[in-house]
Design a protein around this ligand. Sequence first.
Ligand code: ADP
Ligand code: MG
Length: 386
Amino acid sequence: MTVPYSMVLQPGATLGMLGGGQLGRMFCHAAQSLGYKVVVLEPSSASPAGSVAEQEVVAAYDDENGLAVMLQHTQAVTTEFENVPAASLKFLSHTARVSPSAAAVAVVQDRIAEKAFIASQGIPVAPYAEVRTVADLEQADETLFPAILKAARLGYDGKGQARVKSRVEAIEAFKSFGEVACVLEKMLPLKQEVSVVMARGFDGSTATFPLGVNTHINGILSSSVVGIEAIDPAIEEAAKNAAVKIATGLNYFGVMCVEFFILEDDHLVANEIAPRPHNSGHYTMNACLSSQFEQQARVLAGMPLGSTELLAPTIMLNILGDSWFAHGDQAQEPDWASVLALPGVHLHLYGKAEARKGRKMGHVNIVNKDPALVLQYARQVSDILH
Ligand code: ADP
Ligand code: MG
């Protein structure tokens, strides 16, 4: 690496982003607001991030010519998704600062390595078995059923998963996945799903955002609620400590999200790690003194971390393409004016050309000192969008 961690990149410098989706776009906005420029590398043109960055390199993630063009513009590169080829991160790291590192990303790209790593840190995970062959399923502990079979790689938003009641069903699902490596996880009785977004700087400093309580619909995050539902402070503390332990153990620099389950009996179980800002941290954009994207830019530039203090209770609601089809099969723009008429409602749209069902198009953050008003406005926004 030619750019030591101790070197601070001053505003005016160009930061690199691998990936052109909405997370990259919101990184651009935050970095630009600090005075940085951004170069985005992404395979498709006019992407959400590419269209707001100062420089757009249209190339495959593993195209060394494209990566080399990116390196002409920047000395520091981060990513917006975990499936970027580790070899690309390695290639970039010969001349630039790359965060997160190829080594850290390699662990979280693979559920088998990820679960083993989390458990190795003394943090509870759901009971599971590694599955590489049908024989592994034949030998899996009976107490794991009913279970969820999850493909080890490339799963997201509930994709690459099957809920299986029995060994027979698990083998069937494994075959339907094409016998790719999987984890078989015991179904746990969930009381709540929560997540911690945190940042870790090159000097080892860490900052954790408040715990968000997440609701999913059809495997896709629907809402994150912060500062409204009562959370046992001991559980919040344990989740934050676990997230910091994971980041430190991975020698991770950047923004990370750890998803947890709170079980019916109040036990805390870590579920998965995202090596980047996360949908469940979008509330920070309007609810905290600094956002998860600002933290990502600060870390990459070698600047001090910002304050994660929560200013007011907040609900984040995702906006899916379904909202364009609330009144029929013909896509129709939702009534944004009515959304924006509600006080303290912040609208974030990602600039995607086409609305499709299940596609993340944007989100709203509903912020108010009075939790009752947050809930009321959230219901109103939801009524307008559905
Ligand atoms: P993804 O990468 O799709 O987010 P997750 O591992 O987070 O995959 O699983 C998706 C959802 O499935 C979780 O948010 C949770 O609701 C449910 N789920 C996953 N694992 C378990 C489990 N062991 N027990 C109960 N529910 C689970
Ligand atoms: Mg998840």
